[in-house]
Design a protein around this ligand. Structure first.
Ligand code: NAD
Length: 464
């Protein structure tokens, strides 16, 4: 048994969810961050980000004294036997993971260590980082003339924003990368609720655990890019990608998840993790062709959305375009690498004015899109957006956008043109309301319909 005290360094989407849920499992948690404002809010039981279910769990564990928040990293490190590193690892300019924050925390751990500790890397970090963290701590200890025992564990996180609490408490698997039996046994204690609940645990070495995380994300991102490319072809040949997805997904070797065509993946993980994996491979002279193609295809998909709008609307100068949804997916206020951050700037650069609404992400969007602010009007709800617009674009499929009053929307718009970049609606149904409907791999254009018809006529005429 360990002393039941865990420090979690970094209190973002991962660190906070991990802290609150591990507290709920019965551990004693000290959540640390450098951001004083965040910590002040959390102490009052206020969650500084949008994540369903998190606030209630936070308050419950605060009331029951299982979680505290602080900026005092030194005391937190000294008090706890287990230290989770959950700081950000954003993409550096060259695509590599920027490990500045991880290095800072590792240095602090080496400086403050006062006995045996398990240092758990929960941040997504390239293969070899665990070994580097270990060396940094050892070097610090040497400087201090101390010889404490410690273990570094890789324990990557797979939660999805918007479903983070559910995912953390009902994971498909827990990866524990360490060859130390002592650390393994402590990690089983930390996750006792899950371990005794028959959640699969994969015990492996640090390097394998680090690579598992990147491989999982690269695979999922590539799967999305694959179906997005098929959707482009669907648009050109008169096929429906929704039916292609469903049919191929029914093959258990393929599986239905991450097979929905859309405006390209975004978020804090897939874009940066795929790039970082490519860079790791390049450093070993290995060319990850499939992963690279998936990345390029994703960039292309976001641009393709703008081309779709342009193809239908023509010159965008002075056009009013309504945008429903800004976050990279529903259920989060996270704007990192959201398709909206490609689509809106390109539309504005081409002369369009934007009206936009998102239930949670408008504050973050306004910050990200600050230089386009004069051309974006943030609206109070989904019915204010379409007023006077030349087109409406559904970018993020929040539940409240899934059952829009289409009759009301049509009345409000200047032109009833509806781009459904999440394929939420049925083309025929929406067309019956008098809309011109353009989906992703489902919204067959008049030009393509005409081409398909001509080719069928030709075949009939030649008897072929
Ligand atoms: P985030 O940016 O939301 O949070 C990181 C937090 O760390 C911030 O609050 C920041 O203030 C804090 N921080 C930075 N430097 C610090 C320091 N020296 N000491 C203390 N706190 C410090 O990031 P996130 O989304 O929670 O991601 C964290 C890690 O988890 C990343 O490596 C990410 O790739 C990985 N991950 C994220 C997700 C996700 O869905 N967001 C899922 C799985 C894994």
């Amino acid at each position: 048994m360990y002393n039941n005290k865990i420090s979690i360094i970094g209190t973002g989407y991962v660190g906070l969810v991990a802290g609150v849920c591990l507290a709920d499992f019965g551990n004693q948690i000290i959540n640390v961050d450098i951001d004083q404002k965040k910590i002040d809010k959390l102490k009052k039981g206020e969650v500084p980000l949008y994540e369903p279910g998190l606030q209630d769990k936070l308050r419950k564990n605060l009331n029951e004294d299982r979680i505290t928040f602080t900026t005092d990293i030194e005391s937190a490190l000294r008090e706890s036997e287990v230290i989770f590193i959950a700081v950000g690892t954003p993409a550096a300019e060259n695509g590599e993971a920027d490990l500045t924050a991880v290095r800072k925390v590792a240095a602090k751990i080496g400086k403050e260590m006062n006995g045996y500790k398990v240092v758990v890397n929960k941040s997504t970090v390239p293969v070899g980082t665990g070994a580097r963290v270990e060396k940094m701590i050892r070097d610090r200890l040497k400087k201090r003339n101390k010889n404490y025992d410690f273990d570094v564990v890789s324990n990557p996180e797979f939660l999805r924003e918007g479903k983070a609490v559910h995912d953390f408490t009902n994971p498909d698997r827990i990866i524990i990368g360490t060859e130390s039996e002592r650390a393994q046994s402590i990690m089983k204690d930390v996750y006792r609720s899950l371990y005794t609940d028959n959640v699969p645990f994969v015990f492996t070495n640090v390097e394998t655990a680090e690579l598992i995380k990147y491989s999982a994300n690269a695979f999922l991102a590539t799967k999305i890019s694959f179906i997005n490319e098929i959707s482009v072809l669907c648009d050109e040949v008169g096929a429906n990608v929704k039916e292609v997805s469903r049919a191929i997904g029914l093959d258990s070797r393929i599986g239905e998840k991450f097979l929905r065509a859309g405006p390209g993946y975004g978020g804090s993980c897939f874009p940066k993790d795929t790039r970082a994996l490519v860079r790791t491979a390049e450093s070993k002279d290995i060319d990850l062709k499939v992963v690279k193609a998936g990345i390029e295809s994703n960039v292309r998909q976001k641009e393709y959305m703008v081309e779709k709008i342009e193809e239908r609307l023509g010159d965008l100068e002075g056009k009013e375009i309504g945008i429903l949804g800004l976050s990279f997916k529903p259920g989060t206020d996270d704007m990192r690498e959201s398709p909206a951050l490609t689509i809106i700037p390109e539309l504005v650069d081409k002369g369009a004015h934007i009206k936009a609404y998102d239930p949670e992400a408008m504050e973050n969007a306004d910050r990200e899109l600050a230089e386009y602010r004069s051309n974006i009007l943030y609206c109070a709800d989904e019915y204010e957006v379409p007023k006077g617009t030349d087109a409406l674009v559904l970018v993020t499929e929040w539940n409240q956008f899934r059952r829009l009053d289409l009759e009301r929307i049509k009345e409000l718009m200047k032109e009833p043109i509806f781009f459904d970049f999440r394929n939420v609606y049925d083309r025929v149904e929406v067309s019956e309301y008098g809309f011109d409907y353009i989906g992703v791999g489902t919204g067959v254009s008049d030009r393509v319909q005409e081409e398909v018809k001509q080719s069928k006529d030709q075949i009939a005429a030649t008897g072929g």
